[in-house]
Design a protein around this ligand. Structure first.
Ligand code: SF4
Ligand code: SF4
Length: 429
């Protein structure tokens, strides 16, 4: 553990005044009403480990991974405790000491390091999945009920698999896309890993709207996964290795803002500066990326957009992704963009900032807890009678899509920028 990380833990711990104002907003505390499953309780556990009065135990490990890292506690905290980075530091300690649960260790090794860490392996895995879907095998396996014979959990996780697109976003997109006429500015765009293979249409909508708004968009070919799933789950070395690649790929280009359409990735790019704070070679370069990173809704809400071309005529609600509302403090911007679209009847979602249970890889490694949160989210969604639920994070998108199917709701899940692309007829071809 680096000196900067230890200083950071000291600093964060010293801010907590134990007031308990974070408890009512904590989803895991709401599930158990146990102090140790609250932010304040976990801070006590981390403090005890840090000062040596507690050994790394199974109970400690369980609490750090029962936590969703949703950072709702950070929003509620009057003392500004940066809880998210603290729990990620605790997970790093657990990882370094080899104390993670076996399922998580395997998932990190096979999926995070084995697949997502390499763009070509991510595409290879996506192609295999595509083959699996297209062959009809997925439907056959689902309908046969064979997985339920092993476990209902395995059957449900199987249905949570993302649909892989026919074309990956970066396969044929040019590195630089220019608007008609003189550009108003130049932005860079993160294509990422899962978004690149599973949600290329959202990327096309985002880039299409940016170009329609008059911006030149550069999409560096050498960029890789941002490392957020690695960083949020204790694999700091894996995250830093990917981050170095990205710093080098993006700094070859001139741009005023780095646009991101995945809340988790954007939150992590904004963390690059802290990640490299004590690295002489990368500190200022990482800080520059963090300073320039902007969620696509944050950027679009801050510029003048042309008038929408069509009317949507839909009832729309909005689910706040944790890494957008709590980590990046962005909640008004997507609402402002959505309500600017003609024909949108906007209805607020009760408990819109309460985690849906996706939380990175939480719905894989803590499936039962994740489903309790999903059920609560679906009750709230049903009460809106919306046609569309908008959300700005791929994990939430998949979780809500799964929930809507499971609970029999009639609702489409869309990224806010896809609503804009429809209104502006601005999708990139
Ligand atoms: S984390 Fe913040 S809100 Fe929670 S107990 Fe500490 S000071 Fe209070
Ligand atoms: S990050 Fe979320 S789940 Fe974890 S302690 Fe804070 S509010 Fe609770």
């Amino acid at each position: 553990m680096s000196d900067a990380t230890l200083r950071h833990i000291d600093d964060v711990l010293s801010h907590c005044i134990h007031c308990g104002m974070c408890l009512p907003v904590c989803p895991t505390y709401a599930m158990t009403y146990q102090e140790q499953s609250s932010p304040r309780g976990r801070i006590r556990l981390i403090r005890s480990l840090h000062d040596g009065s507690l050994q790394l135990s199974d109970e400690f490990v369980n609490e750090m991974y029962f936590c969703l890292d949703c950072q709702a506690c950070q929003t509620a905290c009057p003392a500004g405790v940066q809880y998210g980075s603290l729990v990620e530091d605790a997970r790093h300690i657990i990882s370094q000491q080899g104390q993670e649960p076996l399922s998580l260790r395997l998932f990190k090794k096979l999926f995070l390091r084995g697949v997502l860490a390499s763009k070509s392996r991510t595409k290879m895995a996506a192609r295999l999945m595509k083959l699996y879907f297209k062959s009809g095998l997925q439907d056959a396996v689902d309908q046969s009920g064979i997985l339920s014979l092993f476990s209902d959990r395995i059957h449900a996780k199987h249905q949570l698999l993302p649909q892989v697109s026919d074309e990956f976003f970066d396969d044929d997109v040019p590195e630089v896309i220019s608007p008609k006429g003189k550009p108003l500015g130049r932005v860079a765009f993160l294509s990422g890993c899962i978004m690149n293979v599973a949600f290329p249409s959202i990327h096309r909508d985002a880039v299409g709207v940016l170009v329609k708004a008059g911006y030149e968009v550069v999409i560096p070919k050498e960029q890789v996964c941002c490392g957020s799933l690695h960083g949020h789950n204790g694999d700091v070395e894996g995250a830093k290795s990917l981050a170095r690649n990205n710093i080098e790929a993006f700094e070859k280009h001139n741009y005023e803002a780095l646009i991101v359409d995945s809340a988790g990735c954007g939150a992590f790019l904004k963390e690059y500066g802290r990640l490299f704070a004590d690295d002489a070679e990368y500190a200022s370069r990482a800080a520059e990326i963090s300073k320039k990173s902007k969620d696509v809704t944050e950027f679009l809400a801050g510029i003048e957009l042309p008038k929408p071309i069509t009317s949507l005529n839909k009832r729309v609600t909005y689910h706040d992704a944790c890494h957008l509302v709590h980590t990046q403090k962005i909640s008004h911007e997507p609402r402002r963009l959505i309500t600017s679209i003609p024909g949108v009847e906007f209805v607020e979602l009760p408990e819109s900032t309460w985690c849906c249970g996706s939380a990175g890889i939480y719905n894989i490694v803590r499936f039962d807890d994740s489903m309790k949160l999903l059920e609560r989210k679906m009750e709230n969604l049903a009460s809106t009678h919306a046609d569309i639920v908008a959300t700005a994070n791929p994990g939430c998108h998949l979780q809500l899509h799964y929930g809507i199917k499971k609970f029999g709701l009639k609702m489409e899940v869309m990224h806010p920028v896809s609503l804009l692309a429809r209104a502006y007829l601005a999708r990139l071809d």
